[in-house]
Design a binder for this molecule. Structure first.
Ligand code: ADP
Ligand code: MG
Length: 258
């Protein structure tokens, strides 16, 4: 099955061009890492994938499951199997983790098959327990209100559990630079490693190489000034760890000036 193809993507925020022609192809079964200095457009790419209204796509295509999804609403993209883990998830008091996940799962099932009656509560509970065991989570977690009073680590767990339940075919995990403690890093990496299979393509966005000590990407891309300027294997991340981003800035400074 096909994955996600981003072709010559240009994205503006409030009239300012942030992404200046991004090309990227992610197949199911692959793990990609997008790295790069702060402010180069990594999070912008993630938001543009989900169709955030502030991020205007001025040029290019996003082909997902054989369709150009540029004009598609966020929920439609989600039902089609695209997933974005939020950096700062919102709390929904009164809605339990389990209820939230069952509603989301049923929406995704109905998108695949309009006749779908939804998963039975019994089957859902069984499935959720299996996922929580896989992710080494306490079952009591399912009964808590979504993100209310959650620690940073618990929010990450809720995200990963959502991913495990919805089974997206392509997932973007934007691990932006603030608030990523070692615990959260470990939860995200273990979750991704537990869920990674031939039906899931993952894009991990990170400023820091250390996440990649736990997640082994097949491909590493460096974003600079709104473009992917280098692509390679895991050795590219090691090079960044060793040398930082200075060589990237030096090598591509004329691109920025142009
Ligand atoms: P990264 O994730 O690589 O650190 P971002 O995608 O967050 O970079 O930001 C890229 C650029 O877009 C930065 O120059 C940032 O200042 C700008 N930017 C991001 N979000 C907004 C916004 N909501 N309004 C205006 N400018 C923004
Ligand atoms: Mg960012």
């Amino acid at each position: 099955m096909s994955g996600l193809t981003i072709k010559n993507l240009h994205v503006s925020i409030e009239g300012k061009e942030i992404l200046k022609g991004v090309n990227l192809e992610i197949k199911k079964g692959e793990i990609h890492a997008i790295m790069g200095p702060n402010g180069t457009g990594k999070s912008t790419l993630a938001y543009a994938m989900m169709g955030h209204p502030s991020y205007e796509i001025t040029e290019g295509e996003i082909i997902f499951e054989g369709q150009n999804i540029v004009e598609m609403a966020t929920d439609e993209r989600s039902r089609l199997g695209l997933f974005l883990a939020f950096q700062y998830p919102v709390a929904i008091p009164g809605v339990t983790v389990a209820n939230f996940l069952r509603t989301a799962l049923n929406a995704r099932r109905r998108a695949k098959n309009p006749e779908d009656k939804g998963i039975s509560i019994l089957d859902f509970r069984k499935m959720l327990k299996e996922k929580m065991d896989l992710l080494q989570m306490d079952h009591a977690f399912a009964g808590r209100y979504l993100n209310e009073g959650f620690s940073g680590g618990e929010k990450k767990r809720a995200e990963i559990l959502q991913m495990a339940t919805l089974k997206p075919s392509i997932a973007f995990l934007d691990e932006t630079d603030s608030g990523l403690d070692i615990d959260a890093l470990r939860i995200v990496s273990e979750g991704v490693n537990a869920l990674a299979d031939e039906n899931l393509g993952v894009v991990v966005i990170t400023h820091y190489q250390r996440l990649l000590n736990h997640i082994k990407p097949n491909y590493v891309h460096i974003m600079f000034d709104g473009r992917i300027v280098e692509s390679g294997g895991p050795e590219l991340a090691l090079r960044l760890e060793e040398l930082g981003y200075d060589w990237v800035r030096e090598k591509y400074k004329e691109v920025v000036a142009a």
